[in-house]
Write a protein that binds this ligand. Structure first.
Ligand code: T4K
Length: 368
């Protein structure tokens, strides 16, 4: 391949559209701290996601941190979570002073295995933090049942699932809270950005305070907070991108369909099945390479693709539980499936403007 093909490429509105959106900032000089564009963006997102409540954040990571803090869990709580995710998920738990308890994943969709969860519950368990990895929806009903039985909070990391619906219901409606990432690498972005969605209306005020240093008035700070506010330039980008989101998803769908057509039934390469009742956002295209049935290992394919200027990524290898900062620190749990997948997964390039001709070349390289 003569040009470099990276795993993704940010979609952008036209320069004129963005310039028009940020123009008023030169008059108002109001650049952050819940400005006009922040308000507008929050309102349109609430509608688009079909959620009861939403709070914008500076990024996906702080959305997770703030959502966890807002749950007011007891000090030293244990949080059941998946190790097959971006490091942010585990960091958010640990940076809140909680203990991650890793749970294995399912081979069917790589989300946390709800059937292995109950065995991990102790008197210290206070929450479950599953991830809709690659936009695949977790077993939300069963997870709710377990949470109700043991009185646990459920916070979904929905960083990959923007715009996904399950039986017509927006993904942000599940659990006590869900968090989104609007990072430049995502299906939908605001350069950097994120949001927490929730049902309990009290959470709006709680999150507003937490993301603004715990400030209540000019002279009163009532709690320890952070700076997790989204600025006006990000909100402007978000508003522009939201206008084009359906087109963005439709273009990605074409790319995914091409990959599926070319790779379906290929010995040793496993694709994720589409989930019933789920409207996908086509965020990622992961393939699992089974080296016992394919002539090369995942690592060989990864390296050989790079030699051809194709930059697929090992999302998510290693497991977060195996990273130097977490290894051997937490409860030793059987993570057989998570390790199997993490050792064999490869995420192929996917973005709205990826030409179908290039998809053909990528697949050709893999099969060669
Ligand atoms: N939870 C989950 C499950 C997540 O996956 C993430 C983030 C989070 C929480 C936290 O959300 P944020 O705080 O990030 O909002 C990337 C992203 O930085 C990260 O947002 C994402 N998940 C993760 C899966 O991937 P890297 O280190 O792989 O990014 P990088 O810089 O290698 O970029 C990948 C490709 O994207 C580049 O090769 C080209 C393209 N790109 C990148 C940037 C920065 C663009 O086209 N434009 C850009 O501006 O982490």
């Amino acid at each position: 391949m003569s040009e470099k093909i990276l795993v993704t490429r940010s979609s952008m509105p036209s320069f004129e559209e963005y310039a028009e959106m940020i123009k008023p900032l030169w008059e108002s000089h109001w650049l952050t701290n819940m400005g006009q564009l922040h308000k507008e963006f929050e309102k349109s997102l609430k509608e688009y996601l079909g959620v009861d409540g939403i709070s914008l954040m500076v990024n996906g990571h702080m959305s997770l941190e703030m959502a966890l803090t807002a749950m007011k869990l007891p000090e030293g709580s244990e949080v059941i979570t998946t190790p097959f995710t971006f490091i942010s998920t585990t960091h958010a738990i640990v940076r809140n002073g909680f203990k991650p308890v890793f749970c294995d994943i399912k081979m069917s969709d790589y989300t946390i295995d709800e059937n292995k969860m109950e065995a991990l519950v102790t008197e210290k368990t206070a929450a479950i933090l599953p991830v809709h990895v690659y936009g695949q929806i977790c077993a939300v009903d069963q997870i709710r049942q377990i949470a109700d039985k043991y009185n646990l909070k459920v916070i979904y990391d929905a960083a990959h699932a923007f715009g996904v619906t399950c039986d017509g219901k927006g993904v942000g409606c599940f659990g006590d809270a869900s968090t989104f990432s609007f990072h430049a690498t995502k299906v939908f972005h605001s350069i950097e950005g994120g949001a927490v969605t929730f049902h309990n209306p009290d959470l709006y005020r709680t999150l507003y305070n937490l993301k603004n240093f715990g400030i209540r008035s000019e002279e009163v700070v009532a709690e320890v907070g952070a700076n997790a506010k989204m600025n006006e330039f990000s909100a402007a980008m978000g508003i522009c991108n939201l206008r084009h989101i359906e087109q963005e998803i439709a273009k990605r769908r074409k790319v995914v369909e091409k990959y599926r057509e070319l790779l379906r039934g290929q010995e040793g390469i496993r694709l994720l099945d589409e989930q019933e009742g789920v409207k996908s956002n086509y965020a990622y295209f992961p393939i699992l390479i089974d080296e016992t049935r394919f002539p090369k290992t995942r690592n060989q394919v990864y390296t050989e693709l790079r030699e051809q200027n194709i930059f697929a990524r090992k999302y998510f290898y290693p497991l977060t539980s195996d990273q130097a900062c977490f290894r051997n620190r937490y409860r030793d749990v059987d993570l057989t499936n998570a390790r199997y997948v993490s050792d064999r997964i490869l995420v192929l390039p996917l973005y709205a403007d990826l030409e179908l001709e290039n998809v053909e070349k990528i697949v050709e390289c893999i099969l060669r």
